[in-house]
Design a protein around this ligand. Structure first.
Ligand SMILES: C[S@@+](CC[C@H](N)C(=O)[O-])C[C@H]1O[C@@H](n2cnc3c(N)ncnc32)[C@H](O)[C@@H]1O
Length: 434
């Protein structure tokens, strides 16, 4: 999220965003962000999608000291405070701290200091009409918290983010899971990056147990997926549930059941068994987003239906009628995903996928590129000392161009290929075990 500079326009309000301390690489470095928005509705829209935001406030004042905060609060326009301070409106003030816990006695001191605020209504600890927070920032150093806050904020609570969705879609309670099921928080980040919303169609070509599709469905997209693993798609094979009495999957342990359980079946188009290296769909730009977690060849098999014979024959793409890729190479998985997306994504549609990397050999310049796409975002999730994965978001900016083939893509992405194809080898070097 970009910081928007405050302007003097009376019609806008400054809001304070307080982020959760989880997957911090996916947001601005500070857990506090001040933004200026025209309407409270805009703040509500942000809250309705965000799982990084803990809470969001209409900011009434801020300061480096308590005295400075109080001074600034006195300057906040009374007409803006009034609707929330009337005799009829019940309210509650919370004292929240970042990076330090404080005793109740200190909280009392802060309530006392804020007693000049023009609240006329009754205090209600349960279900107040309006909630306010004094937020105390004790600094970023998690080893040594500052003695006193380095910044004070006071604001009206607009609402909380969607973090409760992590519980609602928890893998622990999900009926159908597998050993590579994506964590719900990350699945929601992916759905947001892909701008999943009503009226759109999202595709996951490495769908696995369908975690990414479930998050996209929650945001209103219709969803469709494919995977090479017939057992995953059809409810066969061994169950991944540790608690499962029966070691085999039941026939309803499939993605559709998860959608039924979440009340989202109407958005589930279908899933099919297919090899991502084969074009089984007529090439048309039909997807608004392609959101996926490709196999890295570490926990799950990277497979291909291309026979050894076809591989040794080394026939051209035109002869084969599909890209001549062998998905045994991580670089081919990724480049073929870009190639596929350039044909099947609508213009301005988004491709969102994870790229695993060995950190010492990574640099931003080695991120794969394709002439039909521009990179919109690149967020890193650290996994082990030397291993991380990057969530890449790309936007299709140009229509599919026949002259861009897998071979030409490989030529233009040599550095990426080298980095990528050493990933598996590097992953298993001893220094990477956590
Ligand atoms: C990292 S997992 C995806 C996990 C998924 N996001 C989930 O939440 O369950 C990668 C998936 O790619 C599938 N896969 C491997 N090679 C494939 C291929 N050539 N074509 C299609 N799917 C493939 C694997 O069966 C596996 O389910």
């Amino acid at each position: 999220m970009k910081k928007i500079m405050a302007d003097e326009n009376e019609e806008t309000s400054t809001f304070l965003v307080l982020f959760a301390q989880e997957h911090v690489d996916f947001r601005v470095p500070s857990p506090f962000l001040e933004i200026v928005l025209p309407l409270e509705d805009d703040a509500q829209k942000i809250l309705s999608r965000s799982l990084s935001i803990k809470s969001l406030y209409e900011l009434w004042g801020t300061g480096k000291t308590l005295a400075q905060l109080c001074e600034n609060l006195k300057k906040y326009p009374t007409r803006r405070m009034q609707p929330y301070c009337s005799k009829e409106a019940t309210f509650r003030i919370n004292v929240e701290t970042y990076n330090k816990k404080i005793p109740q006695s200190q909280r009392e001191h802060y309530y006392e200091a804020l007693s000049f605020l023009p609240f006329k209504g009754k205090v209600a600890l349960d279900n107040p009409e309006n909630q306010f927070s004094l937020v105390l920032d004790f600094g970023q150093d998690t080893n040594v918290a500052a003695e006193t806050p380095c910044r004070y904020y006071f604001g009206r609570l607009i609402g909380k983010g969607q973090r409760h969705l992590c519980q609602k879609y928890s893998l622990k309670d999900r009926y159908f899971i597998g050993n590579t099921s994506m964590d719900p928080l990350l699945s929601f980040f992916m759905a947001n990056q892909g701008q999943a919303r009503p009226g759109t169609l999202v595709f996951d070509p490495f769908v696995g147990t369908g975690s990414t599709l479930l998050s996209c469905g929650h945001f209103g997209s219709r969803v469709f997926g494919s995977d090479i693993d017939k057992n995953l798609i059809t409810g066969r094979g061994k169950s991944s549930r540790a608690s499962s009495k029966c070691k085999w999957r039941k026939r309803d342990e499939i993605i559709r059941t998860n959608f039924i359980n979440a009340g989202l079946e109407h958005l589930f188009v279908d899933v099919m068994v297919a090899d991502a290296s084969r074009q089984v769909l007529r090439p048309t730009p039909i997807f608004d987003a392609i959101i996926t977690d490709p196999p890295y060849g570490v926990r799950e098999g990277v497979r291909s239906q291309i026979s050894e014979k076809e591989l040794t024959e080394n026939r051209s793409e035109a002869e084969l009628g599909y890209p001549s890729i062998h998905l045994g190479r991580l670089s081919d998985i990724i480049l073929s995903l870009l190639h596929f997306s350039s044909q099947y994504l609508c213009l301005n549609g988004r491709l969102v996928f994870w790229l695993p990397v060995y950190k010492p050999s990574y640099s931003d310049s080695k991120v794969p590129h394709h002439p039909c796409f521009r990179l919109v975002a690149n967020s890193e999730q650290n996994l082990f000392t030397n291993i991380s994965r990057h969530l890449l978001t790309m936007e299709k900016t140009h229509e599919y161009n026949k002259s861009v083939t897998m071979d030409s893509l490989r030529d233009k992405n040599r550095e990426f290929e080298i980095m990528c194809d050493r990933f598996r080898e590097n992953y298993f070097t001893p220094s990477n075990s956590s």
